[in-house]
Ligand binder design. Structure first.
Ligand code: FEO
Length: 399
């Protein structure tokens, strides 16, 4: 572990978790993560911004010792999720004079999660400030990035923005500031897809607020910090924009090859028509990769065999995920192969109710796709091509 200087009076005292491979028992972490925390020393008061996950207790304690943090007056909690608040109860025991500073929603969660006494919590409102002497913290209440309790903290004098989960990336790296943009981009976009995408519309307003602050440094609580904030702000501009790409994501499973044959026909037909395709075999797909892939495409296709009377369970998971993440796709459909009927199309369509999409004509095939079924798939490819031509942009990678 190490203590590093972020800006004058600002130390990084968080932890790098090189080995973690799963978050929330749900999100794969192929490159680990970090739980960033920061010590801000003013001429009169000292604040700790965010605390780390309890699994990193020793790292935080070691860093506070090395930083000679014999006094902490304020523990600023930007967000109550335990990977940032886990160490708060112990910190309150260690620093008997410390006060937790957070917003009202976060306060209620901290009380519920950790039993923190309310009298040790100071509630702040939007744009309220807290003086540390020669340094000033300003709080921006920004609900739903990605919980209702989230806020950002801005250190005015040094123009450092502590953004907690917003702008983060699950990436364990020894780089304090972003240096390897190639490595970072995919992981940051994946993080956006997994965690921030459902809140795209809220983030639009927050980006304006952040730019209004003109931060010199942005410090998220996961992954590298940004000493060129426009790198991450521009990436978010792209991801949250209303523009969709001329691309289809096909998430599929197949039991005996019939659905796979339908997918093959559709993929080839789309390629022939100049439409970009990404194909995901659901039983072997990393859900983070699927979330990342859902950020841009104009169309989502779920293809799954009918099991008994409904969709294959892995397709149910994919539909649930897509519905929860609310990608900006404009079109969707379902393809299925069945033996004796069932409600696969209706079930999957019903699970995608949160998406603002036009449902294209589904393709349902009894058994292996016949020439008639292949014509239906070609017609689906025509419909996708025509709709994309009217409303989707060509795919361009990061600059
Ligand atoms: Fe990094 Fe929402 O916790």
């Amino acid at each position: 572990m190490s203590v590093r200087t972020v800006a004058p009076g600002v130390l990084s005292v968080g932890a790098i978790d090189w080995d973690r491979r799963l978050f929330d028992d749900l999100i794969p972490l192929p490159e680990g993560t970090s739980y960033n925390a920061f010590l801000v020393r003013g001429s009169e008061k000292t604040a700790l911004i965010d605390a780390v996950d309890t699994s990193m207790e020793m790292a935080l304690m070691t860093n506070l010792f090395r930083a000679a943090a014999d006094r902490i007056d304020y523990i600023v909690v930007n967000h109550a999720e335990q990977d940032h608040s886990g160490m708060v109860p112990l910190l309150l025991e260690m620093y008997a004079g410390a006060t937790v500073v957070t917003n009202k929603v976060c306060r209620d969660l901290l009380v519920a999660f950790h039993g923190i006494p309310e009298e040790r919590i100071k509630v702040v409102g939007d744009r309220e400030t807290l003086s540390l002497g020669d340094k000033t913290l300003e709080f921006l209440i920004t609900p739903w990035v990605h919980w209702p309790d989230t806020m950002l903290t801005f250190l005015r004098e040094e123009r450092v923005l502590f953004s907690c989960d917003l702008f983060g990336a699950h990436l364990a790296t020894s780089d304090l500031f972003l240096r390897d943009r190639f490595e970072w981009y995919r992981l940051a976009k994946r993080y956006y897809g997994e965690i921030m995408m459902p809140f795209r519309n809220s983030i639009k307003g927050y980006l304006e607020k952040v730019r209004g602050l003109n931060p010199a440094i942005i410090c998220p609580s996961h992954g590298p910090l940004y000493d060129e904030p426009e790198v991450v702000l521009a990436a978010y501009d792209d991801w949250i924009s209303d523009e969709v790409k001329n691309e289809v994501v096909i998430a599929y499973a197949s039991m005996h090859g019939s659905t796979r044959a339908m997918v093959d026909h559709l993929v080839n037909a789309l390629i022939d028509r100049g439409v970009r395709v990404r194909q995901f075999h659901l039983p072997s797909t990393d859900l983070g990769d699927l979330a990342l892939a859902l950020v841009d495409p104009a169309t989502i296709v779920i293809a799954a065999p009918t099991v008994l009377f409904g969709p294959h369970p892995v397709a149910v998971t994919a539909a649930y995920l897509a519905n929860a993440l609310k990608p900006k796709a404009r079109f969707a459909t379902v393809m299925t192969s069945y033996g004796w009927g069932g409600k696969t199309v209706d079930t999957l369509k019903g699970m995608l109710g949160q998406l603002k999409v036009e449902f294209l004509e589904p393709v349902q095939v009894k058994g292996f796709p016949s020439s008639e079924a292949q014509e239906a798939i070609a017609a689906l490819a025509d419909a996708i091509r025509d709709r994309h031509a009217a409303s989707a942009a060509d795919w361009v990678g990061p600059a």
